[in-house]
Write a protein that binds this ligand. Structure first.
Ligand SMILES: *Cc1c(COP(=O)(O)O)cnc(C)c1O
Length: 234
């Protein structure tokens, strides 16, 4: 096999395994499979992998660094995919991200809302924003405190160029993810009382998608299980 068909076969097998896990997790939770959207997190992997995934039917891709994501999105512009920005975001990158991202999962402070709103408006685009919620105690985790979510949500909802999509969370690295995803589900439920359309719950990665689906995730962000091991800290 050529290198490309080799890589295609590998990703296809990984995707089938992830699909099987998702189907099982949805079944166990009594949820229809189409309740949960699979986002392929392609960070550190080349645009050729994005093409392979697109050929296999994956339309949602996630990236966490603008300097990698921007050229990749441009190289794949013909595929008309939906791009999710899932990483920590500096306000000075808002303008670039607003040029290609459809969703931003990591909205965690007022200044970022203002910067994204201005950038989206200027680009004539609409960004669907998820409020990233800090899960777990005392850890070096990004995200807004749960108590700040209503204010941030209001700010997003009232910003030109932005739509409030819901919430996002990352479970702590150690221990069971269940308590973290349970508290994210509570924050999400509270948010929906004021913003019924903000129904997205982005939770779950390669290691913990089952727990996330059990606690109501509507979007899972899967990297390693689809594309393989990355360099450390990416
Ligand atoms: C890298 C990353 C993922 C994917 O993680 P895997 O464990 O490789 O599935 C999901 N969400 C965010 C925010 C990430 O940075």
């Amino acid at each position: 096999m050529s290198e490309l068909t080799d890589r295609t076969a590998g990703i296809a097998a990984n995707l089938a395994a992830v699909e099987e896990r998702l189907a099982a997790a949805c079944g166990a939770a009594g949820r229809p499979r189409d309740d949960v959207t699979l986002i392929a997190v392609t960070k550190t992997f080349p645009a050729s992998d994005v093409r392979i995934l697109a050929d296999l039917g994956v339309r949602q891709v996630g990236e966490n660094r603008d300097q990698d994501a921007a050229p990749k999105a441009q190289a794949c512009a013909d595929l008309a995919l939906t791009w999710h920005f899932v990483g920590a975001l500096q306000t000075n990158k808002a303008r670039s991200v607003a040029g290609y991202a459809d969703w931003v999962h990591s909205v965690d402070r007022d200044r970022l809302v203002t910067a994204l709103g201005k950038a989206a408006h200027r680009a004539g685009r609409t960004l669907r924003c998820l409020i990233e919620v800090r899960l777990g105690e005392g850890e070096e985790r990004a995200g807004a405190e749960p108590a700040d979510v209503p204010r941030l949500a209001e700010l997003v909802a009232s910003s030109d160029g932005l739509t409030l999509g819901g919430v996002m969370g990352i479970a702590p690295l150690s221990g069971s993810p269940d308590p973290a995803f349970a508290s994210l589900a509570e924050v999400a439920e509270r948010l929906r009382r004021d913003h019924p359309d903000a129904s997205a719950v982005s939770a779950g990665m390669s290691a913990d998608l089952e727990s996330a689906v059990r606690y109501g995730a509507t979007h899972v962000r899967i990297g390693t299980a689809l594309l393989g091991i990355r360099p450390p800290n990416r």
